[in-house]
Design a protein around this ligand. Structure first.
Ligand code: HEM
Length: 366
């Protein structure tokens, strides 16, 4: 593709994406308007109930029901003390956050990364092997490494698609597919999402064990970052070992984000069993934050849901960039995870110190 046609192609794609996003944002915002609004002076999220629990025998039913809507907690004799709160009004705030700002900003972020990669492709084109292929191959990733990568990648892609369907499907797919097919698809997606999460967790643990020693930051990372990895100019190749600073960013995002999304996902898979956020807030409070730590199981679930969605969206955005550079964006990159073998000139341009290490290891000892 010539630079001109690449630019035209990206411009059309960007215009189409912007149009779809604008339509979606308007729709999401319209639908996220609370249809059940908490009354004036309702309990704030995490705050104490506004009305003492002894207030229930009251002169008027209207007053009693208003207090219940405000989140008053009564006493119950059954083991589940949460049953003492008939209406948790702060749930409405949670719902508005999920369907409002989080959905809208998530959508804009997805659009932004698609536009950025599109523009990058239009302006820079495919990053070529500057010296041309040498046709000499060296092994970059062995079978176990590739298995770990594709286990993590395959499951992540399905988790991402089914997760996005849970957030945006009713705006995007429901009107196109109709309720019957959409319900079937979403239900199947939900099962896939629940079960494939375990494959993803295993993949992340494997990738961590296999690659952590190559991802400890070193002095070359600063040079790599200062030169933006040579991504924007031809014939610029800052030195790097097995992984450069950009790849280390991907690795740590996947490990930290992956563990975090897995823990919040486990809370959602086994609802009302764990109190992770209260415990985490207690640790954060060591730095003087004063966060509420005595959360109810319902509040824990709401936080897990919000956290899972936000971390998921951030990871998807990062991984879109990774998929681009690992496939279309750079000549010779995909082979590393495809066959495991890369062209020697590619390796020398992008990972010269690693090639030197491999050659030194292979050289006969004197
Ligand atoms: C179709 C999708 C994908 C493609 C084409 C792809 C491609 C690649 C390639 C070619 C490499 C090796 C780069 C090198 O030789 O240095 C790599 C590494 C890696 N991939 Fe992927 N990948 C995909 C999806 C994913 C997903 C979904 C994840 C995680 C959720 C992931 C995580 C990683 C990590 C952590 C590394 C090592 C660090 C790095 O090279 O950035 N990949 N990938």
């Amino acid at each position: 593709m010539t630079a001109k046609s690449r630019f035209g192609f990206s411009a059309v794609l960007t215009a189409m994406l912007v149009a779809v996003m604008l339509a979606l944002a308007t729709d999401v915002q319209a639908q996220s308007k609370p249809n059940v609004r908490p009354p004036e002076g309702a309990q704030q999220w995490g705050g104490p109930a506004q009305v003492p629990t002894t207030v229930l025998p009251q002169p008027s039913d209207a007053l009693m029901w208003r207090n219940i809507r405000r989140g008053v907690v009564g006493t119950v004799s059954i083991p589940d003390k949460q049953a003492g709160q008939l209406v948790q009004s702060d749930g409405e705030a949670f719902r508005s956050w999920r369907n409002g700002p989080i959905s809208v900003w998530g959508g804009w972020s997805l659009l932004a990364i698609l536009v950025i990669t599109g523009l990058f492709y239009a302006l820079r084109g495919r990053i070529r092997i500057d010296a041309g292929p040498s046709n000499k191959q060296i092994e970059r990733f062995n079978g176990v490494e590739r298995f770990a990568h594709w286990l993590m990648a395959g499951s992540f892609i399905i988790l991402a698609l089914t997760g996005l369907n849970m957030l945006y499907g009713r705006y995007v797919l429901l009107p196109v597919l109709g309720p019957d097919i959409f319900a079937l698809l979403t239900q199947a997606g939900k099962y896939a999402h629940n079960y494939l999460s375990f494959a993803f967790m295993i993949g992340v643990v494997m990738a961590f064990v296999l690659w952590v020693r190559h991802n400890i930051p070193n002095k070359h990372d600063f040079v790599w970052l200062a030169k933006a990895g040579g991504l924007f100019s031809k014939n610029v190749h800052p030195p790097a070992k097995k992984f450069n600073a950009g790849q280390k960013f991907i690795f740590w995002s996947v490990v930290i984000g992956g563990v975090s999304i897995s823990l919040s996902g486990i809370m959602l898979l086994f609802p009302f069993e764990m109190k992770m956020f209260g415990a985490t807030f207690a640790i954060i409070n060591v730095f003087g934050f004063g966060l509420e730590t005595d959360l109810t199981l319902l509040q824990e679930m709401q936080l897990a849901q919000i956290w899972h969605t936000v971390v998921g969206l951030i990871l998807i955005v990062i991984i879109i960039g990774h998929i681009y550079i690992g496939s279309l964006g750079m000549e010779g990159a995909f082979d590393a995870m495809g066959s495991g073998m890369v062209d020697e000139n590619w390796a020398k341009e992008h990972h010269n110190l690693w090639v030197a290490e491999m050659e030194a290891a292979r050289a006969p000892r004197k």
